[in-house]
Write a protein that binds this ligand. Structure first.
Ligand code: DP6
Length: 360
């Protein structure tokens, strides 16, 4: 949709420059799990945009010195060269050449870093790929003045982010974003996410998501491999139907400020995601004993106190604890007293629904 052979530079009289974007991670409430074609989701998903878990990326550029074809990139992560990350980004930028052919004409330098501890077990593909996609859109707009409208800019950033990592396309928008075509939302698309801030009750505008680190170890099965295993999962078809049905219920709850229905769906989706892993062939398990202990403690606490506190999970063992701002003084002592001792090295991140990416 964005292939554009006219985005080429006709002179090398380009002043060097740089762009600096900070972009957050997000937590899906309806999960994206299963894809087809080129990064197209099997079902629509919707997520909370976080505030404190973010990647900051600086993209610097100058006219290419050598005559060599191909992407010219220097890359560092937290100030250190990182060959594995660099190779991933070169492959990604190469895949974007039909869309951004000028990338071949520049020497690029990318410096990137995360706000959360490196390899804390927190997925960084959403924040890192969205930060990079935003830098690329700033660069295109600087060189060609082609993305002057904010909505156009955001949509293209979301589209490019999706090609790097599906969930990254949702990080472009403040508060909440929806990705995937659905009758529930006009303008929704499989190609990019759309903002949801206008469609959600105020109670969700500053909802908390404390991330409790159960294990900092790298996942034994990557998300990419996990998505691929959905192709032969016998629950795949009913799962995609279920995601659509839950989305419909969730959109009503979001609009009405129905925190209990929201929390119920968040928990059901989290456990469904892990059930899909357990029922893949080969089967695998990312939950840890401490994840289950935390879930049991949280549910008992909720039953005993009536406080609206819920959990979600990403594709890993770490627990996301969700609650409205109004109960922070009641639930924080429980989280710090009962759940944090089950974290690896007591590591946890206080996070909440945020304002979305920021250009620095
Ligand atoms: C469980 O977006 O990491 O977090 O598109 O292969 O990069 P790729 O996968 P990725 O998958 C995210 C899966 C999830 C659910 C979600 O964020 O919707």
């Amino acid at each position: 949709m964005y292939a554009n052979p006219s985005l080429v530079l006709h002179s090398d009289d380009i002043a060097p420059g740089q762009f600096n974007w900070k972009s957050p991670s997000n937590l899906a409430i309806i999960k994206y799990w299963g894809k087809h074609g080129v990064q197209l989701p099997q079902n629509p998903s919707i997520s909370l945009t976080l505030e404190n878990a973010f990647t900051q990326t600086i993209l610097a550029y100058k006219p290419k010195e050598s005559k060599e074809e191909g992407i010219s990139l220097e890359f560092s992560f937290h100030g250190e060269p990182n060959e594995a990350f660099k190779q991933k980004i070169v492959t990604y930028l190469e895949s974007l050449l039909p869309i951004l052919p000028f990338l071949n004409q520049l020497d690029l330098t990318i410096q990137s870093g995360n706000s959360f501890p490196h390899s804390s077990g927190i997925a960084s593909s959403a924040s890192s790929m969205s930060a990079l996609a935003l830098c690329l859109c700033s660069l295109e707009d600087e060189l060609f003045k082609s993305l002057q409208e904010d909505t156009e800019f955001d949509q293209k950033a979301s589209y490019l982010a999706r090609l790097g990592s599906g969930s990254a396309c949702r990080s472009i928008y403040s508060k909440m974003a929806l990705w995937g075509e659905t009758e529930q939302a006009g303008g929704s698309s499989n190609l990019y996410a759309i903002p949801q801030e206008e469609n959600i009750h105020e109670v969700f505008h500053n909802f908390h998501d404390d991330i409790l680190i159960v294990s900092q170890a790298e996942k034994s099965v990557s998300s990419r491999a996990g998505h691929a295993l959905m192709e032969n999962n016998s629950y795949a078809a009913p799962r995609y139907q279920q995601a659509n049905d839950r989305l419909q219920q969730l959109m009503v709850a979001l609009k009405e400020g129905d925190v209990n229905t929201f929390g119920q769906i968040a928990e059901d989706e989290a456990l469904t995601l892990h059930a899909l892993m357990m029922t893949s062939q080969p089967s695998y398990l990312l939950l840890q004993p401490n994840t289950l202990q935390m879930i049991n403690k949280l549910r008992t606490y909720r039953q005993d106190t009536g406080n609206p506190i819920f959990f979600s999970l990403d594709a890993g063992p770490n627990l996301h604890v969700l609650y409205p701002e109004s109960v922070i003084h009641e639930v924080r002592p429980f989280i710090e007293g009962e759940l944090v001792p089950l974290c690896e090295e007591g590591l946890w991140i206080s996070d909440w629904v945020g304002e979305g990416p920021e250009q620095l």
